[in-house]
Every structure is written in C-alpha cells, then in structure tokens.
Design a binder for this molecule. Structure first.
Ligand code: ADP
Ligand code: MG
Length: 290
C-alpha cells in the first residue's frame, strides 16, 4: 500500500498510515482474502465484497475501536454481519474468517450487534429489554434485575423513571441507549455497530459518542463501527478502514490519535478539522465518480 500524504496545508493532522504494533500477537478477528457473492437476488449473482484482508491483534488490556467508512452499497454491513454470523451475509463465499482463532459458525455471546433502527422489543419495558439476553442465559430474576438497573443507569437513563417505560415512550436517543445497554450487559468481547447513531440529531449524537467512548474504555472490547459521518469516525476511531466502491475492499488503513476530550470540544479544534478534511479527501473520489 502506498503512503498517503495526510497533511492538509501546513498543519499536521492526527492521522498516519496504520502499521501493526504487534504483528505476532493472537488475533481477535482475522479476514484473509474474503469475498461474498450473493446468489439469486434481483441482480442475479452479485459480488458485494472481494479480497477483504485484515488482522485485529488481541492486545492485553486494549480493545481497538475500528470505524469503517465507504460509499453506500460497498459492503460495510456485509462485513459486519459476516463477523456477527448473521445470514444471508454469513457465511462468506471465499477466503477465511476467524474470530479468536476459530471459524465463525453463527451468532454467539462473544459478539454483540447494535443496529441503526431501534431494535428494541416494542412490547417489553426498558428493564425487560435490557435484561433480555440474561433471561436467555437463564440468569436468576433477582440478578437480572440488579444488573439491568445498573446498565440502565450506566447508559444515562433513570432507573426509577425510565425502567418501566415502553420503547414508544422514549426518544430516538433514549431508545439507542436501551439498545446499547441490551448489548453491553452481556459483555461481548466484540461489539458490532451498524450506523448506530445515523438517525439521531447532532447534539444527541455527540452525547452518544461521549457515552460510547466511556463505556468502551470500561469494557476493553473490540468495536467495529460503521458510519457515514467522517467526523464521528475520526473522533471515535483508533484505526480507520476506508472501503472502495463495490465490490468493496479495504483501500486505506489509517491510525488515529484516540479521543482525549469530549466530542463537541474536539470537533472545534483545528487539528481535528484537518484530520476530517484529509479523510474526506480520500473518500470524495469514491463517492462522486461512478
Ligand atoms: N441479501 C442480499 N442479496 C443480494 N444482494 C445483497 C444482499 N445484501 C446486500 N446486497 C448487496 O450487496 C451490496 C453491499 O451491501 P451492504 O453490505 O449492505 O452495503 P453497505 O452497508 O456498505 O451500504 C449492495 O449492492 C447490496 O445491494
Ligand atoms: Mg449498510
């Protein structure tokens, strides 16, 4: 891969080309030459991703945050759902996909997914939504309730006022807090987020970014995070993947300085804006020419 000039004007930005720091470390997720061809859709046989290759090293006490950017339809959701073990994206067609050194055989408690659409159960209260996974895991009712109330609090909801509300009584941001609590209560080692804040207003979005960073630091999990928002990707990410147009493959791998201040405050700094502009310059030719 060629080195990318990531300086905009005179200002150095907080980005460099990614190089593995511990190439020999065991891998959390490993894709080698992965392609996915969908058969029998309206387009006949259609290859959504090709030759997707990356390693996420398992470093002690570190979970990496990996945003994925790329033009619509380039295969971002396909990659995430292959990791999650969700069909019809799973299984992939060629290449190899390993999670903690083993082939994926389907969904599992080691991987948790958060979608853009509020995926909470409409007929369950906040408390029942958040404790759903523990119910499946046959955790006792008392233990379930205690842990769910703790997570309701940790995602910034009020355990007293909100626990017994139903999803239709909550705002979009509150619903996404519930969805995040529902996933994180199971303490997955890998968190898969597909445009989770895509439907939120900008201020709510900044708050959710701050919340996510805080929770993620506590969990030390690996996060894959699809977004269309370049600033969001640069704010949240340690390592950023930029995919090509369809069939998607990884065009750029960038290393980003981790967030050291709240989202809104970071967004106002020049070095941050320069980084965002540099990433936009890489994305722009992919979005415009067809
Ligand atoms: N089940 C499917 N059958 C056929 N084609 C699909 C299926 N799912 C996705 N695709 C196609 O694969 C491509 C990549 O889809 P997707 O991974 O959802 O892209 P992205 O998330 O980057 O927008 C798109 O062209 C989409 O239409
Ligand atoms: Mg998608």
């Amino acid at each position: 891969m060629s080195k990318i000039e990531l300086k905009v004007g005179e200002a150095p930005c907080a980005l460099e080309t990614y190089e593995p720091v511990a190439p020999d470390a065991p891998k959390v997720v490993q894709f080698s030459g992965v392609a996915k061809t969908y058969e029998g859709g309206p387009k006949g046989s259609f290859t959504a991703i090709k030759d997707v290759t990356f390693d996420i090293e398992d470093l002690p006490k570190v979970g990496e945050f990996i945003p994925i950017l790329g033009p619509s339809g380039c295969g971002k959701s396909t990659i995430l759902r292959i990791i999650a073990g969700l069909s019809p994206q799973f299984p992939h067609t060629t290449g190899s996909v390993l999670v903690n050194g083993k082939p994926v055989t389907g969904p599992g408690p080691d991987r948790g997914m958060v979608f853009q659409d509020y995926s909470n159960f409409p007929n369950r209260t906040v408390l029942e939504n958040v404790s759903f996974g523990l119910e499946l895991a046959e955790v006792s009712a008392a233990d379930r309730k205690e842990r769910a109330l703790d997570w309701i609090q940790r995602v910034g909801l009020d355990p007293k006022k909100d626990a017994h509300k139903f999803p239709h009584e909550l705002s979009g941001g509150m619903n996404q807090r519930v969805a995040i609590a529902r996933t994180l209560i199971l303490e997955p080692r890998i968190i898969l987020m597909d445009e989770p804040f895509g439907a939120l207003d900008p201020i709510t979005r900044h708050r959710m970014q701050d919340l996510l960073i805080e929770l993620w630091r506590g969990l030390e999990a690996t996060v894959f995070f699809i977004t269309h928002d370049v600033a969001e990707a640069v704010y949240l990410g340690d390592r950023l993947f930029i995919l090509s147009r369809s069939p998607g493959t990884i065009l750029h791998r960038l290393k980003i300085a981790p967030p050291d201040r709240p989202s809104l405050e970071t967004h106002r700094t020049k070095v941050f804006q320069d980084s965002v502009n540099a990433v936009m310059a890489l994305l722009d030719p992919l979005e415009t020419s067809t």
